[in-house]
Each structure stands twice: as structure tokens, then as C-alpha cells.
Ligand binder design. Sequence first.
Ligand code: ZN
Length: 243
Amino acid sequence: MRCAVLADIHSNLEALSTVFRDIEMKGGVDEVWCLGDIVGYGPEPAECVKLLRKHNPVCVAGNHDLGAIGKLELSLFNPVAAQACVWTAEKLSPEDLQYLEELPQTVEKGDFLLVHGSPASPILEYVASNGIAEKNFSHFEGLYCLVGHTHVPLAYKQEGNKVASIPLSSGIGLVLKKSRIIINPGAVGQPRDGDPRASYAIYDSEGGIFRVYRVEYNVRATQDKMMEAGLPVPLVTRLEVGR
Ligand code: ZN
């Protein structure tokens, strides 16, 4: 079985539609898994919910999804993110809001646990260091955990009682074996590792290969839509530098 793993789409329809085209070009997938933050920051929240739902995804909630529906206090966001949350809420239909409202915080799929933040704190914690990853291995039972939230593609592998981080370059396959591992596929709609290209992964259960891909999309088109919408300028400029 082949699964596409998408995280942190952030209302960036240009990036999301480019990723879906790339998936088709690579032969398609049987399932789409989404690790949350479908909305927030970007200019096309409703369009992203609609396109994602066309693919019948298995999806968990992210902090921005909950912020947009009023289930997470805006004081937990930085000022520009909070401003985008308020803007996003106005753009979503009652049906979109209900879809986001009903997203679970965690989902188990075979050997994988899917969360947005971390197994210990599914909505808010960033798995952003070996130490945080190490602590989180005791918060899930299966072999593998998929996380988003940091917007950086990276894996943390448990080896004995140590944790090693593994950078995930585009096209290089990580072979999943019996070692426990926490993997972040990077962000579709707002990468933060210095590479502005959209990031996502395809997992092929045959051979257990998890492969991150980076794809160029029309950053300028997203930026133009954000300026048109009056979204905060720092959110617009960060897209082209991938920070
Ligand atoms: Zn995010």
C-alpha cells in the first residue's frame, strides 16, 4: 500500500495542488494521511479543505485548525498567526468548520500513530530536539509516529536508549525496520528549513520505504493572494525563504 503523508498545508492551495499533481506523476497513492494544520496563515482555507477532502484523507487536528474554529485560545498564537486565525474563521463555511471540529487529535494506522504536535501533547508540543523526541517515545506504543507542527522534515530514531536525528532529503528513502522512529514529512504550505519548496512524503508499505519529496510551486501566486487578502506581510515574505 502507498500512502501520501501531508502536514501543515496552511491554506496554501498553490502548494497543495502542486503536491497532488506530483503524487499523480509518481503513480498515485492508495491513501492520503494528513497531520493537521490544513488552515491558518495562507489565503485559501476553504479551497484547501475542499481539495484535501476530495482525497478522502485520514486526518488529525492541528493547532491552527482548532484556532480557526475557536477551540484553542488565540493567546496561544503569536500576534500575526492569531490575526490569520481570525481571518481564516471568516472564510470557512459551516460545513468546513464542522469538518475541522470533528477531526480527532490522534489516529492509529497499522504501525503508525498520526499526530500534529507530539504523542505527549498532540496539539501543541513541537518535536524539535533529540531530547523532546526521546521523552515522546514513551508516549506511544507502536513502532512509528508521524508528526507535523515544526514544518521541518526530520526523523528521530530510537537506538537503545539513545535518539539520533536523521535529515530527510528530497527523494532519499528512509527504510523503516524494527527501530522505533518519529518522522516529520515537513510542511506542504509553509516550509521552515530554509528550502521554500513544498514538502511531503510517500510511504510504501512494501519494503517499508518512507520518502520525502520537495516540489517547487508558484510561491509568488500564493504571496499575491495573501497581499490581496490583507494577511500580515511577515507571513507573506517568509514563504519565499522557507523560514
Ligand atoms: Zn503548522
